[in-house]
Design a protein around this ligand. Sequence first.
Ligand code: ACM
Length: 700
Amino acid sequence: MKKVENKSVKLIAASFLLFALVICLEGVACAQTKETAGRSGGLMPVPSSVRDIPGRLAVTGDFRVSFVGNKDPRLERYVSRVLRRIEGRTVLELPRDFAGDSGSAALVIEARAAGKAVPELREDESYSLKIDETQARLTAPTSLGAMRGLETLLQLLQSDSDGFFLPAVDIEDKPRFPWRGLMIDSARHFQPMEVLKRNLDGMAAVKLNVFHWHLTEDQGFRVESRKFPKLHGLGSDGLFYTQEEIKEIIEYAADRGIRVVPEFDMPGHATAWLVGHPELGSAPGPYTIERNPGIFDPTMDPTKETTYEFLAVFLAEMAGLFPDAYIHIGGDENEGKQWDANPDIQAFMKEKGLKDNHELQNEFNKRVLAILKKHGKTMMGWDEIFQPDLPQDVVIHSWRGQEALAEAARKGYFGVLSNGYYIDLMYPASDHYLVDPVPAGTTLSVEEQKRVLGGEATMWSEWVSPETIDSRIWPRTAGIAERLWSAGSVNDVDDMYRRLEIVSIQLEEHGLTHRRNRRVMLRRLLQSNDTADLERLVSLIEPVKQYQRYQQRKQTMLSPLTGLIDAAGADAPGAREFRRLVREKLKARSVKFDSELRVQFISWQGTGTRLEQTMANAAALHEAKGLAGDLRKMGEIGIEALEHLADGDSPAGWRETTLSRLKEISKPKAALEFAVIKSLEELVKAASENKPGSKTSVEN
Ligand code: ACM
């Protein structure tokens, strides 16, 4: 991968431009570096090819747009929203009308066709964006590509002492994968319409194109069924989407070039179905809405014809409601306990020669597939549906791993990856970012690779409320969006984080609350405006990862999600900065970073000491108050470590005592842990690696 660098750009030699053109061929990412950060270096996802050009297009109050050729209403609406966003950032009032002729327009859009009113898989999303000192020209085969290009244009907008401008640039772009999704689980915790809408806006901003809507679960049945009103009527606590609302979301998504793929999880994860329709179950019931997280027994009975009669009517209704060609049937985590315990089901299996529950579920899948096919729908399901003799026209959604996906592709199935993109598990963006649906060095043939359609970030909602969900989705999902759009060679983690900061601020213009709600929550916990100390603590701690949260801090779906753990997030920003400082310090072994580190440690000491008192007095924080003392102690340890590093000497026993103190501090409290312990440990080890009396090579 060849990087375009600003220094080179300054040399406007024609030969360089020619060279740049050559190196930025299709599929070769001409990624930005820190040096170009002020020009096209804030783009996320990174386009297929970017050529920075000297010069800029000023953005002023008469920034007008004109359309060449096609000017469909959907694109017009998109452009109007883009102009409002430019206004929001620039505080300039822009003309409300479009320019009549392209000559006088600052931005000329040429989308050669409207594209599908409701987006489809594999629609052309490519575009080219050329900006010079007089005009920006956005060209695309369809409006869909133009929409993607408009988001790039918005990311290019910047300002300096001369005002707002778009840097001159020549961009050619298209996605690497056609399926780039975000799944939102509206079932475990219902998410109101405005949550979905602002997240659809966020998705469009980073060029995601599939909203996978997880609508049914043990904990809730969230879609109105007019055929079977007891489904949502008894299975949702009154929290469901009416069909009118569903249509509104589909339209909202289509307006932003996003498909909506619904998921109705079956035959397992089905408790909420059975509350109103126990006759579907493999045990008599009665059933009540599940309030706990986990895997539960209630499962549809695959041996009864009445189950399929019911599903035929239900799926016909849903097939009419959701225009997308794909319907997701879940299919995950059915442990078959009700099947094992039901003599009729056991007899059925014996009669049909089905040797285990997988084979029985496969029979179920085939029946559901036939129903979906009748309505022209393609079936999609989680890994578990992947069984021998299932026809190849299903899509395998892999949550178990890249290898499972590759295996499906080898056997001729299409697949979408979500393993590695489980944003509910609280891993840092960097972890997700480096997971590739088709990793470098894949053994898949070119043909097989094409069967890997892309990936989806999955926002499972056991522990998210409308107040916190954005902070779990953003900005990390922008990193996943880049993985799915940009070349695999775009994989510089530090640069990803740099751009994530920029994008994160831009995402706020959609009303996303990923940043702002933290302070709201801290104010509520403290019942005070004075949140600075608690914010400092939260910037260093993260919720425990994987599924440890529930193990350490039992809650149900009815519990308030308003604790300190809910205010904290993955990728604690202060922690990342601290880790960087320690890394630099230990690499350089110079006193250069000492003052910065010392300031941090003194601040930890002071903050920790004050918080011990504050948190003792704020009862909502009692569960986490041990973190305050830990912070104070880490400050002390840090200062000692710096001193010993400078001395090249540490007292006998200091290393052991200190490491064991850190081990104690590393134990989570209220399911929260410091994200700086490892770095502090490294500092302590470095400060004590020399025998007393022998000076280290510390130098200026
Ligand atoms: C899943 O995580 N059970 C799809």
